[in-house]
Design a binder for this molecule. Structure first.
Ligand code: ADP
Ligand code: MG
Length: 264
């Protein structure tokens, strides 16, 4: 199935529908036929060894990586492409950016703008990408900083904040566009151990309030508590997936068992 043969599904089942996605970097075949459905409001945790393609998979969801074949759809719309007649055309940059506003992403290293305060970081995208007024965006930005427990740090610069606080600002920033889904790529991997929980608590609150989340993590306890579905990836494929209870207690595949025996 090449991308041009793949016509957008008339009706998709999930909020996110990833179908038979392949992606190579040169000779390296990084995603080898990945399919995944994420229902609205669901929390999906992706686990797997380093190099298995987890980040690349997340990046295909907002078209930071283009798939070689297969497709990704969000809420029934193809990511990065538009169907015209019987063929697919890549969206223009402007439309890709617009589509990306529906998908929030939080990275391992926070990626805040260092020259902007916490509040300015949160306000930037709604003003620039959604045409909100500064006053509207500031009001909402303060609410979001309060939600992540950082209202009192609104005027601090990233360098004045701990890693955990910076990551919470990054989460508020991702929420500011009211995305349909939030993607987290190892959001606590760069943090000192004592700062991990304050970030996980914020993500947990989002999960219980019905936000659709996909989270790549090595925090097994968190995945077990919070995820509706746990997906184990290895070598560019989804080896198996299930509820945390199924997957942690009773993994079927040898590769999954081997991974859990090392990490838990
Ligand atoms: P994970 O997040 O599971 O550790 P990644 O998706 O980051 O895995 O990477 C999967 C494989 O793809 C790795 O071998 C990595 O080196 C390679 N890779 C990722 N991005 C690129 C890129 N832009 N160019 C070349 N190789 C890449
Ligand atoms: Mg990664």
């Amino acid at each position: 199935m090449t991308i041009t043969e793949t016509l957008a599904p008339a009706q998709t089942r999930g909020l996110v529908e990833i179908t038979e996605v392949h992606k190579s970097f040169g000779a390296l075949h990084v995603l080898r036929g990945v399919s995944l459905t994420v229902e609205p409001g669901a929390v999906t945790a992706i686990l797997g060894p380093s190099g298995s393609g987890k980040s690349t998979l997340l990046r295909t969801i907002n078209h930071l990586e283009k798939v070689d074949s297969g497709y990704v759809a969000i809420d029934g719309s193809l990511v990065g492409y538009k169907k015209r007649g019987n063929s697919l055309h890549e969206l223009r940059e402007k439309d890709i950016l617009k589509q990306r506003t529906e998908i929030g992403m939080v990275f391992q290293n926070f990626n805040l703008f260092g020259h902007l305060t916490a509040l300015e970081n949160v306000v930037e995208a709604p003003v620039v990408a959604q045409g909100k007024t500064k006053a509207q965006a500031r009001r909402r930005g303060l609410e979001l900083l309060e939600r992540v427990g950082l209202k009192d740090k609104a005027h601090a610069y990233p360098r004045q904040l701990s890693g955990g606080q910076q990551q919470r600002v990054a989460i508020a920033r991702a929420l500011a566009l009211d995305p349909k889904i939030l993607l987290f790529d190892e959001p606590t991997s760069a943090l000192d151990p004592e700062l991990v929980n304050e970030v996980l608590d914020v993500i947990r609150e989002l999960a219980t309030s019905g936000t659709t989340l996909i989270i790549v993590t090595h925090e097994m306890g968190f995945a077990r508590d919070v995820a509706d579905t746990v997906v184990f990836m290895d070598q560019g494929q989804i080896v198996e997936s299930g509820t945390p209870a199924e997957l942690f207690a009773n993994p079927h595949e040898a590769r999954t068992k081997a991974f859990f025996s090392k990490i838990i």
